[in-house]
Write a new protein. Sequence first.
Length: 227
Amino acid sequence: MNTKTEEKGLQKTVEPVAQMPQKRLVGIMADKFNLAPEKLLPVLKDTCFKGATDEQMVALLVVANEYNLNPFTKEIYAFPAKGGGIVPVVGIDGWLRIINEHPQYDGMDVRMAGDGSECTVVIYRKDRTHATSITEYLEEVVRNTDPWKMARRMLRHKAIIQCARVAFSFSGIKDDDEAEKIVQAEVLETRPLPKIPMEKVVVKPEEVPPLQDVVSAPKERQAGEDD
């Protein structure tokens, strides 16, 4: 069922994103960037979403359209997965756009510990009496990558993103750290287990005790214990 929104005194019908035909979605995104619809996908494939299939491109455009993200300014981009394919990623600029454009957003506080060990973000909503507060700890999220050489900045970004998820129930979008972890997990899942050589054990018939001795042995021990 279509939903209606009112803008500048006029009513227009907005079709839910999930029901948009592919051509309509591509057309909407092409209009945003003043491109011909037939040129949008090739341009994005050559610049922002390298390695993506047509199906993956459409999935990325659904997210971009849903959250009003601009792939040409890296608000949303494709993280290359091992063995081909991509993982959609929303950069910190994209997250800030999503937060600031939410109609109920009413500001945030960012509190960094003096030693940089933790960062607390508080987000206020116009429709709630209680603010949402999330604290991220450096020792739990730090990674051995180039961006994390600026640990305070990255910790601040991580805290903002996690607080926004709780405050506004954002779902289906990942930051770059999470995308990298997904790729690493996929590699571990597909890696074959090492083959462990099994030693061949040969038991001679005379080394096997008679069945009667094996069955009666526990009874003999129990009788001895009772004594």
